[in-house]
Write a protein that binds this ligand. Structure first.
Ligand code: S3P
Length: 436
């Protein structure tokens, strides 16, 4: 039976939350620790379905690991024994579940292996474009067959082999595409370069450097030389700012709220949401406390205020792309217009998030105008509780659970909420703590 979340309006948001580990960093930790030349202690791995699928895929490719804290289903601290770059052919199809990051990053690695692999995913992932990674990886010499019903979509059969380096000008500001090319580039001779149209999350570059693989970033050009050893190291995964975003917005929008989030990743390529909320009048203070492993992490304090609308700048979009659904909820509670354009990438996420966000906000009584590349939310209407579908999209489920807390009246029911386990398995627990 499908799960539901029911929420009632809350007068203010107070307390302290430590969100689970960062999803992007956990995927990369599973891959790079797995390729490294020794044992790596990974602390605060995100125990979510997406990241566990990537970890299992690495295990099916010959990487051993032991869970030190948590369970096999939900590993939190673990030791990954790197294979020194010697992956083995998997005897099964590798199931990436719901995760575009898992599939695209693994494809980059598998493109360079001397064996064939098949990557599969759930219904949502089987409808997402893989052409964006196939184009550069095929140019490097790998062969692909997309076996999905939709052209260019998974299942993705990969015939890997010796690759040639390329310079690739990426048409969209995608960290997944950039990462796939850089990971493949590690196995190619000489220099592989990705030119990005705009800055986007740089966890792959940071983590490669911290594992001893030198990556050079000059403006929008990122280069890696092949043939470098991936050196094992221990790492601590920071809390996921995209998960923290739900609570940040909840507290920022409601005068009288006060919330403290600890151990959150504060990588500047992920914090555009904070800049936008501050521009909207929010009282937010972040404080970096650690910077080990190349990823800053620290605390965020939020005090609630009446917010006002703003326009999201083009260059901010890639650095808050996963936060758009919850930011749109903030827009509905702010005075004036919140303008989110240049965000057509949202149409190819776990759902078409322009459509699913617009639909659900309208059902709650918000004034939303939809565009091909974004939306404009005009605040000031009172939000009413409603029955909403998550459409199987974790971020839609959580954004509208928060919208239900922030509604002026009525209960909100979100259906199909098992998907929250793909990125935030203890979301419901945290929601209950906040509502106590
Ligand atoms: C991610 C990159 C982003 C983001 C996704 C995670 C990553 O996608 O939306 O949730 O870990 O590299 P794109 O790179 O396709 O924009």
């Amino acid at each position: 039976m499908s799960e539901t979340i029911k929420v009632s309006p809350l007068k203010k948001i107070t307390g302290e939350i430590a969100v689970p580990g960062d999803k992007s960093i956990s995927h990369r930790a599973a891959i790079l620790a797995g390729l490294s030349d020794g044992s790596c202690y990974v602390e605060n791995f995100l125990p979510s379905e997406d990241c566990v699928n990537t970890l299992r895929a690495m295990a099916q490719l010959g990487v051993k690991y032991e869970v030190e804290n948590g369970t096999d289903e939900r590993p939190v601290d673990l030791v990954i024994h790197g294979c020194g770059g010697n992956l083995e052919k998997a005897s099964v199809e590798l199931d990436c579940g719901n995760s575009g990051t898992g599939m695209r990053l693994l494809a980059g690695v598998l493109a360079a292996q001397k064996f064939d692999s098949v990557l599969v995913g759930d219904e949502s992932l089987s409808g997402r474009p893989m052409g964006r990674i196939i184009t550069p990886l095929a140019e490097m010499g790998a062969q692909f067959e997309t076996r999905g019903e939709k052209p260019g979509c998974a299942p993705l059969a990969i015939t890997g082999g010796s690759l040639s380096p390329i310079t690739y000008e990426m048409p969209m500001a995608s960290a997944q595409v950039k990462s796939a090319v850089l990971l493949a580039g590690m196995f190619a001779p000489d220099k592989t370069t990705v030119i990005q149209p705009a800055i986007n999350r740089d966890h792959t570059e940071r983590m490669l450097n911290s594992f001893g693989v030198k990556v050079k970033t000059e403006g929008n050009e990122i280069s890696v030389y092949g043939g470098q050893k991936v050196r094992s190291r221990d790492l601590v995964v920071p809390g996921d700012i995209s998960s923290a975003a739900f609570w940040i917005v909840a507290a920022a929008c409601v005068p009288g709220s006060r919330l403290l989030l600890s151990n959150v990743g504060l990588n500047p390529t992920r914090t555009a949401l904070l800049d936008v909320l501050i521009r909207m009048g929010a009282h937010i203070r972040d404080h970096v406390q650690h910077e080990d492993g190349g990823e800053p992490r620290g605390s965020i304090e939020i005090i609630g205020r009446q917010l006002k609308g703003t326009e999201i700048k083009r260059e901010e979009v890639p650095n808050l792309i996963d936060e758009v659904p919850i930011l749109a909820v903030a827009g509905a509670l702010a005075e004036g217009e919140l303008v989110i354009r240049n965000a057509a990438e949202l149409r190819v996420k776990e759902t078409d998030r322009i459509e699913t966000t617009t639909e659900n906000l309208r059902l709650m009584g918000a004034d939303v105008e939809e565009f091909e590349d974004g939306l404009i939310v005009t605040g000031g209407q009172s939000l009413k509780g409603a029955t909403l579908d998550s459409y199987g999209d974790h971020r839609i489920a959580m954004a509208f659970a928060i919208a239900g807390l922030l509604a002026q009246e009525g209960q909100t029911t979100i259906t199909n909420t098992e998907c929250v386990a793909t990125s935030y398995p203890n979301f419901l627990e945290h929601l209950q703590e906040i509502c106590k």
